[in-house]
Design a binder for this molecule. Sequence first.
Ligand SMILES: *Cc1c(COP(=O)(O)O)cnc(C)c1O
Length: 433
Amino acid sequence: MNYYSTENNNLRRSLRDAVLEGLAPDGGLYMPEKIAVIPKDQLLSFRKKTFQDISKEVAISLFQDDLPESEIIEITESAINFDTPLIEVESGVYVLELFHGPTLAFKDVGARFMARMLGHFTKGLNREINVLVATSGDTGSAVASGFLNVEGVEVFILYPSGGVSELQEKQLTTMGGNITALEVAGTFDDCQRLVKSAFQDPDLTEKITLTSANSINLARFLPQSFYYFNAWARLPEQTEFYVSVPSGNFGNLTAGLVAGRMGLPVKHYIIATNVNDVVPEYLKSGKFNPRASVPTIANAMDVGNPSNFARILDLYGHSHKEISDALSAYAYSDDKLRQGIEKVYRETGYLMDPHGAAGYLALQEFSPKEPGIPGVFLETAHPAKFSKTVEEVIGSEISIPDKLKKASTKEKVSIPLAAEYSEFKIFLEETAK
Ligand SMILES: *Cc1c(COP(=O)(O)O)cnc(C)c1O
């Protein structure tokens, strides 16, 4: 099967080339040319299966034309080695906890899967692949952890010096092995610019093979569809359901839309954002106006120009009407997010992180025409990753999971880098393989 660019349906690639390229050369994002529907009886059988087994079957359905089944199973088994439990928070309101992976954020799912798929594709190459990632925090740690010790892959993580939390910095800089952390004297935007300049420098890309591990990459965004199936399988009854997705670059939401195309009975999608509300604005006005992002307490959703929006437009044939029939969107200020965390904690004892809180609030605000249908919101990170905010809101200390504590005791190792492309290029020429 081929994958086409959202900018030009005639620009097509094999899975392998699309994954190795990341972004299409015309600036578009790759999409599968067909999405196989999972038969009803197979879907029903998911109710008796584990998340890992469901993931394998969904992965086979997605990639069966591209990879041997044994490879798909091997990649998925190794990537999906943790659960995504569904918990009832209030009557008919469920949370899907996506933070049980090694870095305690949902990005572990996509990063771990992509790392293993890339490892598979590099087996056939006699050269190394160099993965470049710019991060403002969570992406970098998930990629660092997911790609650690994958053969044939070198990873370079660029992060803004002083611009990520201490814990996040520890998660990025203590991996060793094939992971190199570059501490850039500049902002996140500078990091992103350096990475983009490298991809667009033919002089460099002739010498070394570069790819990106951001959610523009097919191999990162498609596997995120797995846990939407798990959410449905864990509901007490086999009904349609609503799903609410805290969103920044919209890779997570787009994977949910793909799950729907595969036959998952999602009745309606609900988008939750912080005040960076470019997509909620689009749903209201039909106009997409990207703008500079504003910092919030849900900082992994501080995105002013969501990269996966092109995929959403593509899935609905660019029809604003179809998009607004299928999706609703709500945006929340930091104060509203704090109030949401406080209320749910006080009333139920369940502690949400600021991103999950947006998902919860949006699910509440959405008033369905048919009550009685269960709603699921995605909890994208463990609250301890945002302990300062959360502790202020609930007025007491929370315990930090061992996985986070472990990184904080290790020694930071990073290479300082000026925010100058010429310096980054020399570094890559000398270091990348
Ligand atoms: C990345 C991230 C998001 C946003 O996900 P997108 O796929 O970019 O929409 C939400 N919450 C957390 C905790 C994240 O790390």
